[in-house]
Write a protein that binds this ligand. Sequence first.
Ligand SMILES: Nc1nc2c(c(=O)[nH]1)N[C@H]1C(S)=C(S)[C@@H](COP(=O)(O)OP(=O)(O)OC[C@H]3O[C@@H](n4cnc5c(=O)[nH]c(N)nc54)[C@H](O)[C@@H]3O)O[C@H]1N2
Ligand SMILES: Nc1nc2c(c(=O)[nH]1)N[C@H]1C(S)=C(S)[C@@H](COP(=O)(O)OP(=O)(O)OC[C@H]3O[C@@H](n4cnc5c(=O)[nH]c(N)nc54)[C@H](O)[C@@H]3O)O[C@H]1N2
Ligand SMILES: [Mo]
Length: 567
Amino acid sequence: MYPDIENAELIVIWGDNPATDSPPVNYQRICQARRRGAEVIVIDHRRNETARATQAKWLGIRPGTDGALALAMLHVVITEELYDRSFVAQWTVGFEALRAYVAAFTPERVEQITWVPAEEIRRTARAIARARGACLVSYTGLEYTNSGVQNIRAVLILWALTGNLDVPGGKVIKMRGADFPINQSRRVAPPPDGPPPIGKDRYPLYHLYRREAHAMELPRAILQNDPYPVRAMMIVGSSIITSYPNPDLWRRCFSNLDFMVVVDRFLTADALYADIVLPATTLFENQGYMVYGPTFQVRERVIAPLGEARSDWEIAIAIANRLGYGHLYPSSEEEVIRWALEGSGFDLETVRRHPAGVTCPPVAQQYRKWERGLLRRDGQPGFETPSGKFEIASSILAAYGYDPLPVYIEPKESPLSTPELARVYPLVFNSGARIQSDFRSQHHNIPGLLKMQPEPLVTLHPRDAAARGIRSGDAVWVVTPRGRVRYTARVSEDIVPGVIEANMGGGSPLASPAWRDCNVNVLTDPDNRDEISGFPVYKALLCDVVKIPPESADGRDQPVDSSIHAR
Ligand SMILES: Nc1nc2c(c(=O)[nH]1)N[C@H]1C(S)=C(S)[C@@H](COP(=O)(O)OP(=O)(O)OC[C@H]3O[C@@H](n4cnc5c(=O)[nH]c(N)nc54)[C@H](O)[C@@H]3O)O[C@H]1N2
Ligand SMILES: Nc1nc2c(c(=O)[nH]1)N[C@H]1C(S)=C(S)[C@@H](COP(=O)(O)OP(=O)(O)OC[C@H]3O[C@@H](n4cnc5c(=O)[nH]c(N)nc54)[C@H](O)[C@@H]3O)O[C@H]1N2
Ligand SMILES: [Mo]
């Protein structure tokens, strides 16, 4: 699906901030839509960069409660009969159960949960229902909370019931064949028989849709041999110690392995534990390709690889050769491109002649595809679901023992569910809103980019700052039940009172000292997850912020993150 920003009357940006994201494609589209008069609403705990740049209407929400907000809007839409009745009657299952469930989600009650005023909830619900094309721009802000999957379902059900699914200006389902027909036979061999992949027992739906093991369950395999022992590990293009909750848990995992390889361009925090580090080339030394929608483009090598560096493909191919199944792989970077193009009607030579890329034949967009048999593989009208309907009550969730309705689950750690804990940690913790000058743990070693933001920041509201004697620029601890991490405070009206936002990405030994000593995931909890997806909760926890007295050397000289001294 994609948001049809160009044709939208109303753009709702819900848990996304395209202004700071690389690539900044949606941001430019939203600005253009704004210039032609489209309305923009941002639902976020921050009046984020996109909201400020587009002078959007801002609904400041308590993190992790978006499901409740969507259910309250559904309550309004249903009680005020603003929903698409014929769609509901003909194409959905579970509507009556939803109606009964949302009865309790009155705007007044949900104001207590979300901190969004009841009148704003009503007004926004009506605006979405009445817009001729309300599009939804949404991403990680809805994912990393306890009911991430269900929150997203609640929002998408709101979109469908208000007639904004697969219509001009709405949330549109892609036409089959609209994207470049890249060779999909990516798996060269079927997965081996034997014990089921790690984490399939706990997150069967994640496995069903992703066909992969669940990384959050990897420590269980490494440290407890459950479901089977893992003794070796290869990390290719990831920085686990900085991106997963509880860096010390991962250090224990790495120390327990018999053999560990890191393939990276830099000596990351993980690489300090590796037996072998293989230097990866940069994009300038690689030959590769990219696909964007209908376009396929070859990325030519700019310079020959420096030093001993090799591309990830060459490394993978060389290992496959040594293990005796190299014949199953494309044998060079160039062969990889040929393989990707197989069956597309284009060959490498043709594509090379078009440095800006080649585009597959356009497919005319058709809307409300369920009416025309454009969604189901069997060509019948309806949705590609077991019932053939838009499943408000999901039969797949039910089959796996989850609640079929888009139920709201209060964050496991929150002022409402753990009031005792909230007395000690009174602020709602959120982390990882993206900034422009880094890419997760990357680039904190590049002076030109560091200048844009030399230090990791924690943003808090003036009310909360004043109560703690904190001013912008002060050194502070952000403290959770898991630990404390040093940040620089930024005091701003552009955040909901009672909520903080902490930068992610610090903790790499490559980074400048301030970023190096600031691993946000010392504060997060590996056991606190969305029970359906298994995603860790990065965006709805509890914390406090404490000023570090200026005369104290506390913090700078004693990094809490011991990875720096690991070896
Ligand atoms: N608290 C908190 N934690 C979070 C998040 C959050 O919001 N809050 N966000 C989460 C999200 S959405 C994500 S995606 C993860 C990110 O997690 P990671 O994917 O681990 O992110 P990076 O830190 O970017 O690590 C990428 C590594 O790949 C290396 N690299 C770059 N290009 C290449 C290449 O071509 N070849 C090889 N071999 N290596 C390369 C880089 O040097 C870097 O060390 O973090 C998650 N963690
Ligand atoms: N420059 C740059 N670009 C990046 C990245 C990067 O590190 N740097 N990372 C890449 C990666 S891995 C990813 S996954 C994408 C992420 O792309 P996005 O999901 O667009 O990430 P953000 O820009 O952080 O925007 C998320 C917004 O959701 C808000 N938010 C957080 N929690 C909640 C919540 O509970 N409810 C609501 N309603 N809002 C919430 C945040 O305040 C933020 O404004 O960006 C990619 N692009
Ligand atoms: Mo991500």
